[in-house]
Design a protein around this ligand. Structure first.
Ligand code: ATP
Ligand code: MG
Length: 588
């Protein structure tokens, strides 16, 4: 993954959770107190039972039996109330902390630059955001609760055992290391397998995500079976690692249960001998027995939850990998101010750039261009020439290898990224429509815009008419990725967004064929209006756009091959003339 550190120390991942606990100190304290009271009540239960057997039952004192039963009920009531409170408080902590982790993770991921998303699949990230956090939740909530309660009860019952009978307790202590050793060995294995299991699950959600996003393409090329098999393979993979993990856990459980319970049996057997020999009362043996069962069940529960904890540690490692990957493109500590109110020049000086995923190929090669304030520049060139790349670099989505780019005389690496992007309105080649109403979709251009402003922008973008015809007009909700709009309609929404943003720099990546002739005329007029009083860079596929530009920049293979106006460039009979003949064929 992108710039990660591998923290392979055991537990290191889970100890990082502490940061998330910090805001909830008082709740944790409360939960801890409640837990101690509940466990304390549980631990007094065997004493009460012993008293009933030894004093009440054996000595035939019915009124004592009644009193002890009332005491017993009181203890049980305390146990019930405090156990319920412990459950609520601890689970609350679990839910709360995982909610915090999710939000933090999402916020963090949103800061990453495009290169990160090129090397990490969306499904993978989504899986970390959902399934891994859920696993952590199981530990933070139930896991910690069980661990604390069981360790407390285990220690408590061990102490009470030794108070009841020291010799018998000595025997128990011999078996403790026998239980702990396999816990450590199996625990490590479970954690590793768990992480692998989560990786496999993430792989399958990545496949699912990709295919659902391209469902029509998939169905039209009859790729259903192909992808079903790929998905199946990855699910089977996940199952296989899960199976191995379960085997390890089952072995661990068998081991722990056998050792603990057979030791208990031996002790009970010994105790029974002692009662027969008169060295111990029946009540004492009962008390001892109940504590012994507590030791056994609690250590069994601990060994089981240990597996869960290891599993969550694996998941937490994956979450931390994401949290630790830092965006490489960040604003400088003391950024220089870009004036949004004033038109500014844009300079590209000897820019060399290659995409991080393709280090051997220059996407831009010695690209130099001076754009005057308010000028309109048309970028033309064959597909793959690097036109869209120019926009991405100006918006600082990628870091250039050589040269520099300035806006208003300020090197963009010296400016605040948010401010830089605020200064530019882009209509991208492929419009993103979000699952929200038309109104909201346009409002993304200026979050505090009023409904009237939005309508005005839509009118200017020649979008008002088709929006009015939608079932609920401006309130119509657009499906995920705007499936319910045509390409040209989507484009006009994007233009309205850019109009609303009203930024001094306008970047238009014209799509070739999204608009019919009539809408195109409307949009052209709208754009013409928009370009006034703005520094505009437009990737032009249409003659009308090219003719309106102050200068035309012809690009090929990442380099500028010619600059001029339409007539000049035609006369040069170079690449532009060929492109013009093909693309704007009708003018010859
Ligand atoms: N994210 C990316 N990672 C790696 N290579 C990329 C990336 N985006 C674009 N490229 C490559 O960079 C080159 C320039 O791409 P660019 O998108 O700038 O072309 P373009 O001129 O906009 O083409 P079109 O007219 O088809 O949109 C192409 O060879 C392309 O394959
Ligand atoms: Mg492009």
């Amino acid at each position: 993954m992108h710039k990660t550190q591998s923290g392979d120390r055991r537990f290191s991942a889970l100890t990082q959770l502490i940061v998330f606990f910090k805001p909830y100190k008082s709740r944790m304290l409360l939960a801890f107190l409640v837990l101690i009271i509940a466990a304390g009540a549980t631990l007094t239960l065997p004493i009460a039972i012993k008293l009933i057997i030894d004093q009440g039952y054996l000595l035939q004192q019915p009124e004592l039996i009644n009193q002890y039963f009332i005491l017993l009920i009181a203890i049980v009531a305390v146990m019930a109330v405090f156990s319920a409170a412990r459950f609520y408080l601890v689970m609350w902590l679990g839910e709360r902390i995982v909610a915090d982790i999710r939000s933090k993770l999402y916020q963090h991921i949103l800061k990453m630059e495009p290169a990160f998303f090129e090397t990490t699949r969306t499904g993978e990230i989504l899986s970390r955001l959902t399934t891994d956090t859920t696993l952590v939740q199981s530990v933070v909530g139930a896991g910690i609760s069980v661990t604390l309660r069981c360790s407390f009860l285990l220690t408590g019952s061990l102490v009470m055992l030794s108070v009841t009978n020291l010799q018998l307790t000595g025997l128990i202590l011999i078996i403790v290391p026998l239980v702990i050793l396999p816990l450590i060995i199996f625990g490590r294995k479970i954690r590793r397998l768990s992480k692998k299991n989560q990786d496999c699950i993430a792989e399958s959600s990545a496949i699912a995500g990709e295919t659902f996003n391209a469902i029509q393409m998939l169905q039209s090329y009859l790729l259903e079976d192909f992808y079903s098999q790929r998905f199946n393979a990855s699910v089977e993979n996940a199952f296989n690692t899960a199976r191995k993990r379960l085997t390890a856990r089952a072995l661990l459980a068998a081991f722990a249960i056998f050792i603990v319970f057979s030791a208990m049996m031996a002790i009970v057997w010994l105790g029974a001998q002692w009662v027969l020999a008169g060295k111990m009362t029946l009540g004492e043996l009962s008390q001892f027995l109940i504590y012994a069962i507590m030791v056994a069940t609690n250590s069994a529960a601990l060994s089981e939850v240990w597996g869960d904890i290891q599993r969550a540690a694996g998941a937490m490692e994956r979450i931390l990998e994401l949290l630790k990957s830092q965006p490489e493109i960040v604003s400088p500590r003391h950024p220089q101010l870009i004036l949004l109110s004033k038109l500014e020049a844009i300079h590209f000086k000897h820019v060399f750039f290659n995409y991080p995923s393709r280090p051997e190929q220059h996407a831009l090669h010695n690209f130099s261009l001076n754009i005057a304030p308010g000028e309109t520049i048309a970028l033309v060139g064959p597909s793959g020439a690097g036109k869209s790349t120019v926009f991405q670099l100006l918006l600082r989505f990628y870091e250039i290898q050589q040269g520099n780019i300035t806006l208003g005389g300020i090197d963009i690496t010296q400016s605040d990224i948010k401010q830089l992007r605020q200064a530019c309105a882009i209509v991208p080649q492929e419009t993103s429509i979000f699952a929200a109403s038309v109104m909201e979709n346009i409002r993304y251009g200026k979050p505090d815009a009023s409904d009237d402003e939005i309508r005005t922008a839509a009118k200017a973008a020649a979008a008002d008419e088709f929006i009015q015809r939608l079932p609920e007009g401006y309130d119509t909700s657009l499906g995920e990725r705007g499936i319910r709009l045509s390409g040209g309609q989507r484009q006009r929404i994007a233009i309205a967004r850019a109009m609303l943003k009203n930024a001094p720099v306008l970047l238009l990546d014209e799509a070739t064929s999204s608009l019919d002739a009539e809408s195109e005329k409307l949009v052209q007029d709208a754009l013409q209006h928009l370009m006034q009083n703005r520094t505009t860079l437009v990737i032009a596929h249409r003659l009308a756009t090219v003719l309106r530009a102050d200068r035309i920049v012809v690009m090929n293979h990442g380099e500028i091959v010619a600059i001029g106006n339409h007539q000049e460039l035609l006369e040069q009979k170079g690449l532009y003339a060929r492109l013009a003949a093909l693309q704007f064929g009708e003018i010859h």
